[in-house]
Design a protein around this ligand. Structure first.
Ligand code: UD1
Ligand code: CA
Length: 459
């Protein structure tokens, strides 16, 4: 099959979003709407991708600069036919042209592939709606042949009864499209150049008009307001939840999970309510994720339990670890097999070796921690001197007493013990006790202060 030209219409102002941001940059499932469409276009292996954006929408090409697409401005906006016209100079006649919409974010690759397989000529993506108000209607004649699309505002009362509507998405032979667009007139109720008028032109020339139905209504839903965006977001999250359930994941409540990216799960994974997964997250077999945890760009190995309210960002967690509740793994944390990271423990850019434990109230930043290390409650790596960051190294089998400050750069040797309440500024040798603490004294005759008599303020 010859590669495609793809035109993505994204010039609409989005007035009903009441936002300074162009409509198509509002996010669904954590990704700008137009980016969903661009990803789908790329998956179709398009030869040319052309995004038509509107006046004031310069943020669109800026935000999508990483895509190999051409961005053309449509100004003024004189209708969908006029919008496609702006893209024509950038398209190859040798490949058919598909028209997609930046505010119809959930169109699926499969559906577009079905359109490609529908045959030569013009291919329209349609959907049947019980309440077709607002949409262009598909007008069919003898034998069910498509005759035209009539916009609601131009339709007769009989035509308004038609429930098969135009989604707007279509595929057309490029040379023909070029000549049809040149012939469009705006003599309609909205004085616009309607892309949909090319259907009657194709019929007149005897060009075959095929229709393909979208597999799901949500695929072709367009977004004009925050209400519609919120509804489609919930619809999509339920689709994701059903996909996870179908693959064997246990979800405490399929209505209370948010996947903003790709979540890959092994067997017997359990996810409690209110969890958010962002970017690329993988959970291996037997992983359990507690309620209200947020996991972004992370991999969690087999059998690990993440207790409630934990945050994990750009980190990896080994097998059979215990994380949380209330643990925070910031970017660059590698937690090795069997480690325990407990409540109110923050780890950043650090490796925690096998079987090591930091169970309570600690900050471990820019550190390399060996295996079987015990980090007592309240331990802090002082990694920052106000200008530069330095590393702390804690070797295997070390024991760090509670409330220790390790002032980096500093090293705690193999099997070393640090006495509780120490401020460690120099390397602590292997196998022995190091502590830095003033001697305990008892002061005989000391009295607690008593409250002074209050003098009334008269002013
Ligand atoms: C259009 C279709 C209608 C279809 C409906 C599906 C036409 C004439 N009508 O109607 O048959 O049922 O979509 O939602 O095509 N756009 C531009 N530039 C313009 C005008 C529109 O880029 O000058 C973009 C908009 O940003 C939007 C899309 O095209 O993404 C559709 O435009 P809209 O004005 O909403 O078309 P409808 O009247 O809803
Ligand atoms: Ca519309």
């Amino acid at each position: 099959m010859s590669p495609l030209n793809i035109v993505i219409l994204a010039a609409g102002k989005g007035t009903r979003m009441y936002s300074n941001k162009p409509k198509v940059l509002h996010a669904l499932a954590g990704k700008p709407m137009v980016q969903h469409v661009l990803d789908c276009a790329q998956a179709l292996q398009a030869r040319n991708i052309c995004v038509v954006y509107g006046h004031g929408g310069e943020a669109v090409p800026q935000a999508m600069a990483a895509y190999p697409a051409k961005f053309v401005v449509q100004e003024p906006q004189l209708g969908t036919g006029h919008a496609v016209q702006q893209a024509m100079p950038h398209l190859d006649d040798g490949s058919p042209t598909m028209v997609l919409y930046g505010d119809v974010p959930l169109i699926q690759l499969k559906t577009l592939q079905h359109m490609r397989e529908a045959g030569d000529g013009l291919v329209l993506l349609t959907v049947n709606l019980t309440h077709p108000t607002g949409y262009g209607r598909i007008v069919r004649g003898a034998g069910g042949r498509v005759l035209s699309i009539v916009e609601e505002k131009d339709a007769t009362p009989e035509q308004r009864e038609i429930q098969e509507v135009n989604t707007g998405i279509l595929l057309a032979p490029t040379q023909m499209l070029r000549s049809w667009l040149a012939k469009l007139r705006n003599n309609n109720s909205q004085s616009e150049y309607y892309l949909t008028d090319i259907v009657a032109m194709a019929v007149e020339l005897g060009v075959a008009v095929h229709t393909v139905q979208a597999a799901h209504a949500w695929e072709v839903e367009g977004i004009n307001s925050k209400q519609q965006l919120a509804v489609l977001e919930r619809t999509w999250q339920l689709v994701e939840a059903q996909r996870l359930l179908a693959s064997g994941v246990t979800l405490a409540d399929p209505a209370r999970i948010d996947v903003r990216g790709t979540l890959t799960c092994g067997r017997d994974v359990e996810i409690d309510v209110g969890c958010i997964f962002e970017g690329a997250v993988s959970l291996a077999d037997d992983v359990r994720v507690g309620a209200y945890s947020i996991i972004r760009n992370a991999s969690i190995a087999q059998g690990t339990q993440i207790a409630a309210y934990s945050h994990i960002d750009s980190s990896s967690v080994g097998a059979n670890c215990h994380i949380g509740p209330y643990a925070r793994l910031r970017p660059g944390s590698q937690i090795h097999d069997g480690a325990h990271i407990g409540n109110f423990v923050e780890i950043k850019n650090s490796a925690i070796g096998q079987g090591s434990k930091a169970n309570h109230l600690s900050y471990i930043g820019d550190a390399t921690v060996g295996s079987r290390v015990n980090i007592g409650a309240g331990t802090i790596t002082c990694n920052y001197d106000g200008a530069n960051k330095f590393r702390t190294v804690i070797e295997d089998d070390a024991f760090i007493g509670s409330d220790t400050q390790l002032v980096a750069p500093v090293r705690v040797g193999k099997g070393a013990t640090i006495g509780a309440g120490s401020t460690i500024t120099q390397n602590a040798p292997d196998g022995v006790l190091t502590l830095s603490r003033s001697k305990q004294v008892t002061v005989i005759g000391w009295r607690r202060p008593v409250k002074l008599k209050q003098v009334k303020d008269e002013t």
